[in-house]
Design a protein around this ligand. Structure first.
Ligand SMILES: C[S@@+](CC[C@H](N)C(=O)[O-])C[C@H]1O[C@@H](n2cnc3c(N)ncnc32)[C@H](O)[C@@H]1O
Length: 212
């Protein structure tokens, strides 16, 4: 298939991207790894022995960072629509997180453990219609929040990618009601022209979370 001007421009930007080069040098599968490394360092998110859920894991940069930092006493359970090459220490579920059965599989992989950190870097497959893509992004973030509330330890954290636009303010409002503190993060590795931003909810608010 002939390459369009835009895809050529994307490829040029991609290969000259400093984070793409760094990821290759350091053995990370994606430049996204550097976003998590920056946020995790600043907010002290990852510690040995933690149980972590990684939503939208492919190709696996965040999972690599997470598995390394939680170490052999920790556990990482990850999900994606697409397959990934295995990562030691990561239990991978392939499927659509919107599907209740897939969420059930994640729950089974947790085997009753409460979670210290839920990560969601899910981005919807783009339709090209901005309003549709924005709504899909909001749906994924909403489902990730629901899952986090259900499985986090009371002092657990939730890091989620959201896209600024319709629905962003109301999602932020819900996050503020569910967590003791909510901060926004735009890591240096996140492209300035992208509307993506990360919300970090720290510690479930009183009354939020699983009732069991
Ligand atoms: C930006 S990538 C994640 C990059 C990853 N954090 C890394 O470090 O390599 C977004 C991922 O979200 C996944 N995704 C989108 N919708 C999903 C869904 N409904 N269920 C599971 N994964 C989904 C996509 O397949 C894609 O791999």
């Amino acid at each position: 298939m002939a390459r369009t001007k835009t895809s050529k421009a994307w490829m040029r930007r991609h290969v000259s991207d400093v984070y793409v080069k760094r990821a290759r040098e350091q053995g990370y599968r994606s430049r996204a790894a550097f976003k998590l490394l920056e946020i995790a360092k600043r907010d002290h998110l990852l510690k040995p022995g933690m149980t972590v859920i990684d939503l939208g894991t492919a190709p696996g940069g965040w999972a690599q960072v997470t598995a390394r930092m939680v170490g052999p006493r920790g556990a990482v359970v990850a999900v994606d629509l697409g397959d990934i090459a295995p990562i030691p220490g990561v239990a991978f579920v392939r499927g659509d997180f919107r599907d209740e059965r897939v969420r059930g599989e994640l729950e089974r992989a947790l085997a009753g453990r409460r979670v210290d950190l839920v990560l969601s870097d899910m981005s919807p497959n783009l339709s090209g219609v901005a309003s549709v893509d924005q709504a899909r992004g909001c749906e994924l973030a909403g489902l990730a929040l629901e899952f986090a509330e259900k499985h986090l330890k009371p002092q657990g954290n939730f890091l989620v990618k959201v896209f600024q636009g319709a629905g962003f303010e109301s999602f932020l409002k819900v996050m503020r009601a569910r967590f003791r503190q909510v901060v926004t993060r735009k890591p240096v590795a996140s492209r300035a022209q992208s509307s993506e931003i990360y919300l970090l909810g720290k510690g479930l608010a009183r009354g939020a979370g699983a009732r069991s």
